[in-house]
Design a protein around this ligand. Structure first.
Ligand code: PMM
Length: 296
């Protein structure tokens, strides 16, 4: 089955090129994330969780200390540093390839010093004017996500005529800014930012049109894990959205679909299941992958 007409770009300078979609396991060192509700707020719990994710074979750990759930208020920078730095240090020592999920340049800097090798900036360089210069100087891969403003009021910015065209255009503008600011284009990974200033219909339109985003020419990371649009799709007869912890099967189904449509990576909580799913997607797209996997 030819899943894709063209091969999307999967090359990111500074990262290995995998023969399947990468899996990034989430480690939220926060008391209030919608998706895992503070389970890993204590450093020891976060480190233990990171080790579990490594054990199941994730390619990357994404470590963050600031919740971006809709309505969330900012965390003071000292607190964000206190949360993430020891966890990054410990997991880097264990050999993890770590991305730091932060919008702040000083946090990104300390995280890179502590062993992170990717900066995941959900604001795409908009929250902190020092972020692009820092990433340019550190020469690390940069995940640039589509974003229209801080979580406290982002839902009011979920207004689009044509969400796919507008997200594509806004991403292209931010890539241009990042490159003008000195970040090498070949280190940039793009992310449509599911759930960030987007309602469920917007999220579905974006995951259904990865081709439009691929046309920007950069690898795509997709973060569907346990998000509201899945909860709404799976609402029970009473109309109540399915709770976040019960959205993993849907997350995995979508991970397989976006992997089959050329995503470079998926950012997920249920990492073991996602690894199986992206391997299935790789085998469907390339029978050689299946025979190589059998030989491993
Ligand atoms: N989503 C969340 C946090 N960080 N980073 C990227 N690049 N893409 C995402 O979709 C994304 C992100 C929010 O989810 P969480 O609270 O489960 O971490």
């Amino acid at each position: 089955m030819a899943v894709l007409a063209t091969r999307p770009n999967r090359r990111v300078t500074g990262l290995p090129e995998l023969d399947r979609c990468a899996v990034m396991g989430v480690v939220n060192v926060t008391p209030d994330s919608f998706s895992d509700g503070g389970r890993y707020f204590e450093p020891d719990a976060a480190i233990a969780h990171g080790l579990e994710l490594l054990e199941v074979g994730v390619d990357y750990l994404d470590i963050g200390g600031e919740s971006t759930r809709p309505g969330a208020l900012r965390v003071p920078i000292e607190e964000e540093l206190r949360r993430v730095v020891p966890v990054i240090e410990a997991l880097a020592r264990e050999g993890a390839t770590i991305s730091v999920d932060t919008m702040r340049a000083p946090v990104a800097r300390r995280a890179v010093e502590a062993g992170a090798v990717i900066v995941n900036d959900v604001s795409g360089g908009q929250a902190d004017p020092e972020m692009i210069p820092f990433v340019a100087s550190a020469q690390v891969p940069y995940i640039l996500m589509h974003w229209r403003g801080h979580s406290v009021d982002m839902n009011s910015r979920a207004v689009y005529g044509d969400v796919v065209a507008e997200v594509r255009y806004e991403l292209s503008e931010h890539v241009e800014r990042a490159v003008d600011g000195g970040i090498a284009l070949d280190r940039i990974i793009l992310d449509p930012g599911l759930g960030f200033a987007k309602n469920a219909a917007h999220d579905w339109a974006l995951v259904g049109h990865l081709d439009a985003l691929h046309s920007l020419g950069r690898p795509l990371l997709i973060g569907p894990s346990r998000k509201r649009f899945l909860g709404r799709l799976l609402a029970g007869p009473d109309g109540e959205p399915r709770p976040a912890p019960d959205r993993d099967v849907a997350t995995i189904a979508l991970a397989a679909l976006v992997a089959a449509h050329g995503a470079w990576g998926v950012r997920v909580h249920a990492a073991a299941e996602a690894i199986d799913a992206v391997r299935v997607a790789a085998a469907v797209g390339d029978p050689q992958y299946a025979s190589r996997a059998e030989d491993r």
